[in-house]
Each structure stands twice: as structure tokens, then as C-alpha cells.
Design a protein around this ligand. Structure first.
Ligand code: PEP
Length: 248
């Protein structure tokens, strides 16, 4: 039985004042029936971990593949862990694009994250051009084999399917399209890691999830939760998504 997960990605948004939203979220969900994860900017991580309390976990949005060293501006998995993180988002399409991250980079970072005791939330997803060219499943397959390291378990890996064209655009794939990709990801995980591990890894959908569409997305088989950007910034946007997941 996979425990569902509602994850929020604040991206490069928020200063100290934004912690009030996290505080409000924690107050609204003192004993959630699902896991809740908020990934604030690195500057807020330590304070967020203190505000979030026991019911909400906090995570990073990226980490370096090395544990320490001469890498100005970077943050290691161990540092995230030390600041209070229990998870880290890796291979988000914005990082793949803005920082030229390839599958090898993501895999090395995921290995480092797992070694530091973090859950790696590895993002995969196709562009609009790739979907229109009917290449979606090939792209997902390539990203999965390239980005997901070998030492995965249901405890240290979460896969987020995030079609790039749905992120921050208000466009959402059909439920059939989401279901097709999630079933495909599940089958590939089972084939590579065996049924036990393959069935225990949680699969999140991400891309313009809002209170108004969350329930129907959560009804799709093999959708174990969501990775939410814009709607996770405010407690009153994310809270109904959490409630919808609790009822799914
Ligand atoms: C994201 O960036 O991970 C995301 C899903 O963003 P949004 O919910 O805003 O589309």
C-alpha cells in the first residue's frame, strides 16, 4: 500500500514572510492522512523545517552530486539533510533547461541524495513537440533509464511525471494521457527493479494541478499524489489539494 504524497514546489519564490503560509498549512493539517512535502527555496529550508512541525516534511529543489568541495553556489544533499530536509526534487524540467542538466547529472545527484538519506523526487516529462510527434513514451523511457539510479527502493525514490507543456500553463493532459504515462512508468519500474520495489515507488503527477482539477487527477490509477508549483504557494490553494488526495 503506497502512502499518498502531496508535494509543493515553491521554486524561486518566497522570503521569510512566506513561512506564514507554511504555518497556516500546518495548522490546517495537524494529522494528515497523506504525506505532505513542501520544497521552499534553499534560503528558507532551515526555518521552514522548524515551522512545518511533525506533520509536514520539507525538501530541497536540487542538490550537488558531491558531498562537499569547491562548487561555489551549490548545496550538497548532506547540507539539505542538515538543514532539515528529508527529500529533494531532482531533474525538474526548469533545471534541465536552465542549467543544462542531463540524465547523467540527475542520476549522480539522485545517488548522492539517497546516500545522504534523502528521498529523491525525480522528474520526467515530455515537451509539447515531443508529445505531438508521438514520442512521449520514448522520452519518458529514456529519462527513466538515464536519471534513476540502481539503488532505488520504495522509500528513497518518488517519480514525478510532469509534462513540460503543462507546467505553469493551466493546460492539463487528459486523464487518459496521465493514466497512460503513469501505467507505463509503473510497468518499467517493475521490470527494472522487480515487482516489490516497482509497486512501492510513488508516482506523482505535476503540471497545473489546482483545487478544481485535483480530485479527478487523483482518481487516475497509479497516480499517488501530485507535485504542485503555483497552487502550493498559498495555504488556501494547497490545502484543498491535500484534502482531495486524502479522499482519493
Ligand atoms: C512544477 O513546477 O513542478 C509544477 C507542477 O508547476 P505548476 O503546478 O505551477 O504547473
Amino acid at each position: 500500500m503506497r502512502r499518498k504524497l502531496a508535494a509543493g514546489n515553491w521554486k524561486m519564490n518566497g522570503t521569510g514572510a512566506a513561512l506564514a503560509e507554511l504555518e497556516a498549512l500546518a495548522a490546517a493539517h495537524p494529522a494528515p492522512a497523506v504525506d505532505i512535502l513542501i520544497c521552499p527555496p534553499a534560503t528558507l529550508l532551515h526555518r521552514a523545517a522548524q515551522v512545518a512541525g511533525d506533520a509536514i516534511a520539507v525538501g530541497g529543489q536540487d542538490c550537488h552530486a558531491n558531498a562537499s568541495g569547491a562548487h561555489t553556489g551549490d548545496t550538497s544533499a548532506e547540507m539539505l539533510r542538515d538543514a532539515g530536509a528529508t527529500a529533494v526534487i531532482l531533474g525538474h524540467s526548469e533545471r534541465r533547461e536552465d542549467h543544462d542538466e542531463g540524465n547523467d547529472d540527475v542520476r549522480a545527484k539522485a545517488r548522492a541524495a539517497m546516500e545522504a538519506g534523502l528521498i529523491a523526487v525525480i522528474c520526467v516529462g515530455e515537451s509539447l513537440e515531443q508529445r505531438e510527434a508521438a514520442n512521449t513514451l520514448d522520452i519518458i523511457a529514456g529519462q527513466m533509464s538515464g536519471s534513476i539510479p540502481d539503488q532505488c527502493t520504495g522509500e528513497n525514490l518518488v517519480v514525478a511525471y510532469e509534462p513540460i507543456w503543462a507546467i505553469g500553463t493551466g493546460k492539463v493532459p487528459t486523464l487518459e494521457q496521465i493514466g497512460e504515462v503513469h501505467d507505463f512508468i509503473r510497468t518499467r519500474l517493475e521490470r527494472r527493479f522487480g515487482e516489490g520495489v516497482g509497486r512501492s515507488v510513488r508516482l506523482l503527477y505535476g503540471g497545473s494541478v489546482k483545487p478544481g482539477n485535483a480530485a479527478e487527477i487523483f482518481g487516475v490509477p497509479n497516480v499517488d499524489g501530485a507535485l504542485v508549483g503555483g497552487a502550493s504557494l498559498k495555504a488556501d490553494g494547497f490545502s484543498p489539494i491535500i484534502t482531495a488526495l486524502e479522499s482519493a
